[in-house]
Design a protein around this ligand. Sequence first.
Ligand SMILES: [Zn+2]
Length: 415
Amino acid sequence: MFCLKSRVSLCAFVIMFLVASYSLIFGGDKQVKEVTGLFYLDGKPVTITIIDGKIENISRKAVKLNESPLYIAPGFIDNQINGYVEVGFSSAGLTVQGIKKATQVLWQAGVTTYLPTVITSSHERLMENFTILAKALNDPEIAGSVPGFHMEGPYISPVDGFRGAHNKEWIRAPDWDEFQKINQAANYKILQVTVAPEMEGAMDFIRNCVKTSIIVALGHHNGSAEIIKQAIDEGACIATHLGNGCANMIHRHTNPLWPQLADDRLMASIICDGFHLTPEEVQVFYKIKGPDRIILTSDVTKLAGMPPGEYSYDGRDVVLTPDGCIKYPAQNVLAGAASPISKGVGNIMKFTQCSLVDAINMATRNPAKLYGFNDRGEIKPGKRADLILFTVDENVLSVKKTIIAGQVVYAADEQ
Ligand SMILES: [Zn+2]
C-alpha cells in the first residue's frame, strides 16, 4: 500500500514523465499539444507548444528526454512529385482517390507539403489532369498538403537528351493562350512552370507568367548564355533539377550549366538521390549557390513508395532497386527517381559536409520562401505546426512521426 505522500509523488512522477518524454501528448482526435525532442537548429532539447494547429511557443528550458530522442524539424516541402505509389499525376485515369492515397503515403516520408507535377502531355491530358487535381483540393486533407501544382513542360526543348523522358510528340512552343486555359482548369493553382527559354515565344511567355505571379523555372533546355540571361532578366528565378534534363555530350565552354551556375539571381533545384548527380556535382552546385539558393527536390515518379522489384512503366520494363532508383535493366540506365526527399537531405550532408540545419532548410525553408508559403517551412511561433520527428544515423534520415497543423498523420510505431 502506498501512503498518500507516495501516491502524490508517483502521480507527479508520471506527469513529469509524460511532459518530459519526447512522445506526443494526444487528445482523443490526435491533436498534439506539445512535442519535445532535439531541435534541428542546434541539436539541443526543445519543447514546442501547439495551440489550434499552430506553433504557440518554443521553450529551450531543459527537459528530460528519452535515451534516444528524436530530432524535430519542419515537415518537408517537395516542389516536384510526378507521382507516388503507382499514382501518376500525368497518367490517364488519375482520380481524387489516387491523389489522396499518394498524399497520405507521402506523409510517411515526412512530406507535409508538395507540388504534384504534371509533365509534357497532350492538351486534353493537361486539361483533364489539372481539372482533377483542382477538384482534389476540395478534400481538406489533400488541400492541407497541396498548395498548388508544378507544370513541367510541354514548353521545353524537343532535342534528345535535353528533353529527358518527356514525350517528343507533345513538346511544343510556349503558348500563353493554351496555358491560360490549362491554368483555369487548374483553378489557377499552377504555381510553377518549367520552360526552355530558347523556344520561340518563350520570353513573352515568361513575362506573362511573372506578371501573374507564376514562378518560372528553366529546365530541359539548351539555352545559350545570352538567352539564359534574358530569361532571368524577365524574371525566371530557378533552374529545375540542375544537371539533369541535359544531354550527356555538351560543349565544354558553351553549355547551359555554366550560365545557370554563374548567375546569382537563379536558385537551383537538385535531385540529390545519389543517382541523378555525382557527389562532386552536388558539391560544386552547393559551393556556388550556397545553402540559401539550393532547393532539394525528389522528382519521384509513380513507382516511388512501392516495394523493390520489376514493373512495367509506361509500357517498358523497369527495375525499382532496393536503394530507390528506377532503371531500364537492359541498358542499365536511369528511368526515373524513386527516393524521397529525406534521402536527399542525408545525401547532401554526406556529399558537402553541410550541417543538418542547412540540409533541412534546403527541403523546407527555401521552397517555402520561393513559393511564398508564409505559414510553413520553419519552426517559429505563428507558423502552422507541420513537424517531423526523425533519427539521423550516418547521414540517413528515418522519419518516425509526421504532424500536419498539429495533427499526427503518421507514426511509425502505429503502423
Ligand atoms: Zn524533368
